[in-house]
Design a protein around this ligand. Sequence first.
Ligand code: SF4
Length: 326
Amino acid sequence: MGAAPLLEVKDLVKHFPIYKGWLMQKQIGSVKAVDGISFAINRGETLGLVGESGCGKSTTGRLILRLIEATSGEVWFEGQNILNLGREEMRELRRDMQIIFQDPYASLNPRMTVGDIIGEPLRIHGIARGAEKEKRVRELLEVVGLASYHARRYPHEFSGGQRQRIGVARALAVNPKIIICDEPVSALDVSIQAQVVNLLQDLQKEYGLTFLFIAHDLSVVKHISDRVAVMYLGKIVELTDKNSLYDNPLHPYTKALLSAIPIPDPTLERERTLLEGDVPSPINPPSGCRFHTRCPVAEEICKHQEPVFEDVGGGHYVACHLVQRK
Ligand code: SF4
């Protein structure tokens, strides 16, 4: 039997209530942002979590860190269900679980120096103060490819890629075990994206980090992920190791996402699957398989019966009636 995963998410649900009325006291529905997802991440592994905007992937990251509270489900981290922890226990645990946000412009306080931004978690968790803290900040700046004198500067003096490096240094400051990378390169120029992804990969090797890497594009997570989970309207529809996903995608939604990625070699052609229509509203998701309104191979059963998310062989999980029938 293999080692226990570092993080395990079981049947996680987040429904945001929608209220109406003069005092907003009447609940008239809910946004089913995350609707019963399960996955595990092993130590030292990178799990890519991919889907179109609004599919629930960023909400998933925030639920794991309890930046927002789950409606139901479990999040196991090193043997405890962290959704049951009290405020103080959770505060201590945050040392082990850090996040890098999508927008390096919005996530760094413009009135704080870079040294104070990176040193803040050291102060909050009582890890280092004074000269020791400053030394650690200088080290962290160098680890992420910046210079120690940058500590005295302010975020606006840096480019987007450099600001994301500052965000990485801040996340690394407390020696976390897992980092939720929430679309960390989506706001950056394509030329800079690879540099930040490479930096994260190098740091993972050096510090034995575990990543949940959230992205809206399968091409971004390809190099960094060991396994990839694909989300659609609050559900995971396919999860497998990187090679199986890119070479042998099984779910029609994954196939459509992959077919949209341009191939750099002009002599090769890929069969394109164009998805029709918009992503349906998570307030009232389609019955049966949520993808049936856009699926090019949907059958009658897909409208009425929700497919089970199950292992179809070798740890390749899929939720699709057609795949499971084969
Ligand atoms: Fe398409 Fe049906 Fe499979 Fe859903 S269950 S992905 S609608 S074939």
